[in-house]
Design a protein around this ligand. Structure first.
Ligand code: MN
Length: 262
């Protein structure tokens, strides 16, 4: 059994299907063909690309099918899931900056059709997503940001706090979280500080190394998106960035966690 992890899709459903087929996780009809393997999505299905809804619908379908085969499909919560859920819930309400919530979401790359096709089922699904997870020795989190430590000292506490936020009507709390969630490169900027932050997170939640998306590798490393075909491992092997920058034109890739590591 292997665990496969796919990074930020940002609405690029065709690339998603391509990656799944290439890895043998789905067939030509986009039905689960991954048997007992596990698949994790790192979050950020929505905004910027054609259809975040299609990316989520594919994932929800595969999730149901995989269980019947003894496999498993799971996803983390990305900041863009929180953003579209915020736009869906608070739509025309005005935030602390005097701006309509839905307008700010558009500014972040929101795609009108995603919001039109967004149903209560999509909202319910997003609300169940964990912000953080452990897979063997790997700690999975969406963002290379420090906000998680403000949500609790255990993975369970962090996930509960995010669920409570998503159930709340406190727009101010949503906004503060979205701002904190938009931090990038906490583990890679200023080499020594970055390493220190990564070990702080690993010491708190456990795991030998952390895996994240959120910051496109072509952006972080200033390289051509087309050249990014594998994860970027940094911080002496303690951090793995799996965001190939699909929305920047990168081909994307599937990261495989081997049994030996699990
Ligand atoms: Mn993100």
């Amino acid at each position: 059994m292997s665990t496969f992890i796919i990074g930020d899709l940002h609405g690029y459903h065709e690339q998603y299907i391509h990656l799944l087929r290439e890895t043998g996780l789905c067939d030509s009809e986009t039905n689960w063909s991954g048997g007992h393997h596990h698949l994790w999505l790192i979050g950020d299905f929505f905004d910027r690309g054609v259809s975040g809804i299609k990316c989520v619908d594919i994932t929800m379908k595969l999730q149901e099918q995989a269980v019947l085969e003894g496999g498993c499909v799971q996803s983390l919560l990305g900041n863009h899931e929180l953003m579209i859920l915020c736009a869906y819930r608070f739509k025309n309400e005005v935030n602390s900056e005097g701006r309509q919530v839905v307008d700010r979401w558009r500014h972040w790359g929101g795609i009108e059709q995603d919001l039109e096709e967004f149903t209560p089922q999509h909202a319910n699904w997003i609300e169940t997503l964990p912000a953080m997870a452990r897979v063997g020795q790997a700690l999975l989190l969406h963002a290379d940001a420090m906000l998680y430590i403000n949500f609790g000292t255990t993975i369970e506490m962090v996930n509960t706090a995010f669920r409570e936020l998503m159930a709340s009507r406190e727009l101010h709390q949503w906004e503060m979280t979205l701002t904190a969630f938009s931090e990038h490169m906490a583990f890679s900027e200023l080499e020594i500080t970055g390493k220190h932050r990564a070990s702080q997170v690993l010491n708190l939640y456990g795991g030998e190394f952390l895996i994240h998306g959120h910051t496109p590798i072509p952006y972080a490393r200033r390289v051509d998106p087309l050249s990014v075909t594998e994860a970027w491992i940094y911080g002496d092997g303690t951090c793995v960035n799996i965001d190939g920058g699909i929305y920047m034109g990168g081909p994307g890739f599937v990261y495989e966690l081997h049994d030996s590591i699990i």
